[in-house]
Design a protein around this ligand. Structure first.
Ligand SMILES: Nc1nc2c(ncn2[C@@H]2O[C@H](COP(=O)(O)OP(=O)(O)OP(=O)(O)O)[C@@H](O)[C@H]2O)c(=O)[nH]1
Ligand SMILES: [Mg+2]
Length: 446
C-alpha cells in the first residue's frame, strides 16, 4: 500500500519528515511526502522531504499564526486549492490512502486540515486518515514574562516550573548554538545537563537552527513559542471539525510521551521518531512486492482494503501499540534467503515466546493514545521480523489475545517477514476506541 503523507503546520511537517525518514527502503510505503506551513523557518528546518515538496502558504503570514485558530481557519480555507495543486508534484491519484499529519494545538495545521481533508475527499477515492498529536498539559502554562509578550518562553516550557538541571545560556550574541537536524543530543542526554536552553527571552529548541538563512541574512527571527495557552481548546475544536470528514484519526498524546521535566521543544524530535517508527512498522507491513518491495512475501498480507476495514470511515479514533525484542537471527541477506538457504534453526519455543512477549508489550504497553482496551471496536496485529522467527501459531494466538482483551471479533492479523534483521516486533492497531478519558475530560470542561 502506498500512502500520500502530508504534513501541515510545524508539528505536522516535522512528523511527515520523520515518517519519510523512517520509510524502509525495501518496504517503502510512502508514495510522496509533502510539507505545508505558513512558517518558512519551520519548513527550512526539515531534512527528509525534498525542497520541491515543501510549500509555504498564507500570504503575508510570517512566523506561523501563533495559535490563532480562527485565522488558521480562514488562511486554510483561502489556501486549500493552492495546497491541493501542490500535490500534483507527486502522484496523488495512485495513492491507496492519504495520511495527513497535524499538531492539534496549533492554528496553521488545525485551521487548514479540515479544509484539506474535505477537498481530498471530493477529489480522490482513497481514504483520508489524519495523524494528530494532542497537546501536552505543560504547553498550556501562561508564559511568565515581564513585558507580557505572549511569545516569550517560560523556563523550558515545562509546566512543572522548569527543570533542575543546569542552564546553559545561549552563546554570547544572544542566540543559542546552531544544532544540526541530526543532532542526537536530545535523545542521548536524559538528564538535561547539556541542554541548551532559553535564557532571557530568546528560546530555541534543540535541532533548530537560529542562524538566519543564507538567502536572507536580515530576516528577523521570532522565537518559537514554548507555551500555547490555547492548545487544548484548539485541539477540541479541530477534532470536532474533522468529525465526518476524516476516515479515521490516529492519535498521539504528547502528554504521555514527554518525560516529566521535559519541554516539548526538547522532546519533540524523540517523540516524532517514536511515532514515525510505529507508523512505519504498521504501514510498512502493507508494502509488499507489488509496491516494488523486495524479499519474501508475507504469509498473511495486509493490504489497503484490510487497513480500510479496520480504520473504518466513521472518523473513529485509532491508537497504536508497539513491542519489540532482539533475537538471534540467521545471518542471511536482507533480500531473502530463498529456496537454497540452509534450514533455519530457530527453536519453536523461543520463537513462540518472542512473539508472545512482543504482542504483550504492544497490547499492554504505552499506546500512542491511552485507552481502555475493551472499548476498541476493531483491531489489527502485525508481527514482523526474521522469517524463521515468525511462528504462525504464535501469531494466531496473539490475534486471539487481542480478541479477548478487546472483546472484538474484528481483529485482523498479518505478518511482515524481514530477512537479515534481528528484531521481532509487534504492532497493535486499535480503532473505535472511544470513549477516551483524555478527551472526555476536556469535552466536559468545554
Ligand atoms: N509530537 C509533536 N508535537 C508537536 C511538535 N510540534 C508541535 N507539536 C504539538 O502541536 C501543537 C501545534 O503546534 P504547531 O504544529 O507548531 O502549530 P502550527 O500548526 O504550526 O500552528 P501555528 O504555529 O499556531 O500557526 C503544539 O501545541 C504541540 O502540542 C512536534 O514536533 N512533535
Ligand atoms: Mg507553526
Amino acid at each position: 500500500m502506498q500512502l500520500e503523507v502530508i504534513g501541515v503546520g510545524g508539528a505536522g511537517c516535522r512528523i511527515a519528515d520523520s515518517i519519510l525518514d523512517a520509510d524502509p527502503a525495501e518496504h517503502s510505503f510512502v508514495g510522496d511526502a509533502f510539507a505545508f506551513d505558513t512558517d518558512a523557518r519551520s519548513l527550512r528546518a526539515l531534512s527528509a522531504i525534498p525542497d520541491d515538496h515543501r510549500h509555504r502558504y498564507g500570504g503575508t503570514v510570517e512566523n506561523g499564526l501563533n495559535g490563532n485558530l480562527q485565522r488558521g481557519d480562514s488562511v486554510g480555507e483561502e489556501s486549500v486549492d493552492e495546497l491541493e495543486r501542490q500535490l500534483d508534484r507527486g502522484q496523488p491519484s495512485i495513492a491507496d490512502a492519504f495520511l495527513i499529519a497535524v499538531g492539534l494545538g496549533g492554528a496553521t495545521g488545525g485551521g487548514t486540515v479540515p479544509h484539506l481533508v474535505a477537498t481530498l475527499q471530493t477529489m480522490y477515492d482513497a481514504p483520508v486518515y489524519v495523524l494528530a498529536t494532542l497537546p501536552a498539559e505543560r504547553e498550556l502554562e501562561a508564559p511568565e514574562s515581564d513585558d507580557g509578550d505572549p511569545r516569550a518562553p517560560n523556563a523550558s516550557g515545562s509546566g512543572e516550573g522548569g527543570v533542575d538541571g543546569e542552564r546553559v545560556p545561549p552563546a554570547g550574541d544572544g542566540r543559542a548554538e546552531t544544532h544540526g537536524i541530526d543532532d542526537e543530543r536530545v535523545e542521548t542526554n536524559d538528564t538535561g545537563d547539556e541542554r541548551v536552553e532559553a535564557a532571557g527571552t530568546v528560546g530555541v529548541g534543540p535541532g533548530e537552527s537560529t542562524r538566519p538563512p543564507d538567502d536572507d541574512p536580515t530576516e528577523e527571527l521570532e522565537p518559537e513559542p514554548t507555551t500555547r495557552p490555547l492548545a487544548e481548546e484548539n485541539a477540541t475544536r479541530t477534532l470536532e471539525r474533522l468529525e465526518g470528514l476524516a476516515n479515521a484519526i490516529v492519535c498521539f498524546d504528547n502528554e504521555r510521551w514527554l518525560k516529566s521535566a521535559e519541554g516539548l521543544l526538547e522532546g519533540r524530535d524523540r517523540l516524532n521518531r517514536e511515532l514515525a517508527a510505529r507508523v512505519a512498522a504498521f504501514f510498512g507491513a502493507t508494502a509488499d512486492a507489488s509496491d516494488g518491495g523486495t524479499g519474501p512475501d508475507a504469509e498473511t498480507v495486509i493490504d489497503a482494503n484490510d487497513v480500510g476495514r479496520i480504520l473504518g470511515d466513521g472518523t473513529d479514533l485509532v491508537t497504536l501499540g508497539y513491542g519489540e525484542q532482539r533475537v538471534e537471527a540467521e545471518s542471511g541477506s536482507r533480500f531473502g534467503l530463498g529456496l537454497f538457504a540452509t534450514e533455519p534453526s530457530v527453536d519453536t519455543a523461543a520463537a513462540v515466546s518472542a512473539i508472545e512477549t512482543t504482542v504483550g508489550k504492544a497490547l499492554r504497553g504505552k499506546l500512542t493514545l491511552e485507552c481502555d482496551r475493551e472499548h476498541a471496536d476493531r483491531g489489527m496485529l502485525v508481527v514482523g521480523g526474521p522469517p524463521e522467527w515468525l511462528n504462525r501459531r504464535a501469531i494466531t494466538d496473539g490475534r486471539k489475545t487481542i480478541e479477548s482483551a478487546t472483546g472484538s471479533v474484528e481483529i485482523l492479523g498479518g505478518d511482515a517477514p524481514r530477512p537479515g534483521t534481528d528484531l521481532v516486533y509487534a504492532v497493535v492497531v486499535l480503532a473505535g476506541i472511544e470513549p477516551v478519558e483524555r478527551l472526555e475530560e476536556r469535552r466536559n470542561e468545554a
